[in-house]
Design a protein around this ligand. Sequence first.
Ligand SMILES: [Zn+2]
Ligand SMILES: [Zn+2]
Length: 226
Amino acid sequence: MNNLSYLAKITNVDGDKVTLQLKESLNIERLKTIFDGYDGERQAEIFIKDPREFTAQQRRFTYALLQDIYTYTGEPVESLKDVFYWQFRYLTGKDISLSNQSINTVDDVAMLDELILDFIFSNDIPFREGYEIPPQNTQYYFYKCVTTRTCCICGKKNADIDHFDKALGRRKRKEIDHTGFTFAALCRQHHTEKHQMGIARFKNKYHVIGVKLNQEQITKLRIGGR
Ligand SMILES: [Zn+2]
Ligand SMILES: [Zn+2]
């Protein structure tokens, strides 16, 4: 840590006035040399640290993803980790680790998992059935499944895009505003299963979440018919 970074505890918040208690005193001598001859504003920057450490579920999910990439590519998990950790460092300037000594947060690992998911979807890596997806990644996961037409349950490609929570019914596909609907990518088999068992039971069995799309995505995916 250089002489200008300090750890502090927030002791009071009053609108935009925040009181901090530094863990050590300010290094006045150092500040004097910096501000010598300068009479502008003295500015500081604060980061609020996320105290929640990443969860065991996140660790399991990360390793499940790496394992699937290994199975498909033959690239050992240790070297895959190096690649994704490096990407994370490149994007955030921070280190990441999943070891017990790690100080990384829920948000850090959620971001790492997004990087790994991006890789999986853009390289068509087959994945195992029934990932246990951490809540921080569910939205992103189901969204990627839809935009890449990957069955969100079994990973099969060229999946159907199902109007998930609310059926299209007898309304005309072309005349409807699809932005009010939610969608899920399902292969033929899982799509048929959904309509046979009904939405409630299906959700209960597979924990699928429908995602909203904007008009541009709907057009791109040709959901509105052509
Ligand atoms: Zn499927
Ligand atoms: Zn359907």
